[in-house]
Ligand binder design. Structure first.
Ligand code: SF4
Ligand code: SF4
Length: 352
């Protein structure tokens, strides 16, 4: 292994079925292309075999890997997917496997995942997102508490939308009662689910109050807005300590760089001869003009670094480091251009 260097991989495989139907789903709506489905388990017939091949490839890479193993839909609907997750978790180069789930099937499926399929709870973590239109906060917290009590590291994730401030306050209180870690981010307006709203749906005084109540980290929200609106020229470690793998097995420095197609593709994880050879310099200036919208990606920007952060099994909570003043000055200039001074006022009041 290359000096036991630690990297993160975010792999989204072709498992596409979900038991929920969120209007703002980033995986799209069933029947509108090759995203989420409601009538079949996998996107394409060859996806299950490709999934196994990509896992084999990940297991051969000469790094210590923190793996966010994601699906287009919900992971706990498929035993084939879960068996693959157990298999890769046992590979010596894997530090942890993080599954991204809606949490609704944890009580039903986790005991069998552990007892019958041999999943070691100490090698897994769960990033459990609360979808306020599909599940009640008490049910979700009950499911996540159950998983935590089985020894799995858990994070309850939530997204602030125009219609869920009260739900999130309730969720936060329940998480406090059960001593569960809560992450809060700004919801994004995929599928134009919130008609007439911008991509980041809730930048106004109401959201400032919610974000304050829920103790949201303003640095991360500033990063998300800058990455979406104007990431070009900012420093980022994607391609050095992080790569993204698509459902087709293409490997990119990050999901945002998929826009570059073959020019920015590093190789294919279904090509047995391809080995990751990562950039030696930690940071490179981003070349994407607009649209770095995934948290797995933009947390690798230098502006999101925070001293002391990083002792966790997640690609959703951030990494340690410091941000030079010159980088912050660049960010401030960009924020003014993205949405004008109103946005700056909101962000600065969140930080007070
Ligand atoms: S739970 Fe996730 S994958 Fe399923 S519909 Fe909701 S946002 Fe989409
Ligand atoms: S800022 Fe986003 S798009 Fe740019 S290199 Fe980093 S992760 Fe990729």
């Amino acid at each position: 292994m290359e000096d036991q260097r630690s990297i993160n991989i975010w792999y989204v495989c072709g498992l596409s079925l979900c038991n929920f139907d969120c209007s703002y789903c980033a995986s799209g709506q069933p029947g509108q292309g090759d995203g989420r489905t409601n009538d079949r388990m996998w996107r394409n017939e060859d996806d299950p075999a490709r999934y196994q091949k990509v896992l084999d490839w990940i297991g051969r890479q000469p790094y210590r890997i923190g793996l966010r193993l994601q699906t287009i839909g919900e992971p706990f609907v498929s035993w084939d997917f879960l068996k693959g997750a157990v298999r890769i978790s046992e590979s010596p180069n894997i530090r942890f496997v993080e599954l991204v789930t809606n949490g609704s099937l944890l009580k039903k499926r986790l005991p069998r995942f552990i007892d019958d399929h041999g999943a070691d709870p100490g090698r897994f973590s769960l990033w459990v997102t609360y979808h306020h239109t599909e599940i009640s906060a008490p049910d979700l917290v009950d499911q996540v508490g159950f998983a935590r009590d089985l020894g799995v590291e858990v994070v309850v994730n939530s997204l602030v939308f125009p219609d869920n401030a009260d739900d999130l306050r309730h969720l936060a209180a329940l998480c406090r009662e059960r001593d569960l870690r809560l992450n809060v981010d700004l919801g994004q307006n995929f599928n134009a689910a919130y008609e007439g709203r911008p991509f980041v749906t809730v930048l106004d005084d109401k959201v400032v109050a919610v974000m304050r109540d829920l103790k949201t980290d303003p640095r991360i929200q500033v990063t998300s807005i800058t990455a979406w609106g104007s990431p070009a020229g900012l420093q980022c470690s994607a391609g050095h300590d992080y790569v993204h793998i698509t459902p087709d097995g293409d490997v990119f420095p990050c999901r945002g760089y998929q826009a570059g197609g073959r020019k920015t593709r590093l190789g294919s994880a279904v090509d047995e001869t391809f080995t990751l050879d990562l950039r030696q310099e930690e940071f490179m200036r981003c070349a994407l003009v607009r649209g770095c919208t995934c948290k797995e990606d933009f947390l690798h920007m230098r502006m999101a670094r925070t001293p002391g952060r990083g002792d966790h099994r997640s690609l959703g909570l951030g990494y340690p480091g410091t941000v030079p003043d010159s980088e912050l000055a660049l960010v401030h200039g960009k924020l003014r251009r993205i949405q004008g001074v109103a946005l700056m006022r909101v962000l600065e009041s969140m930080a007070e």
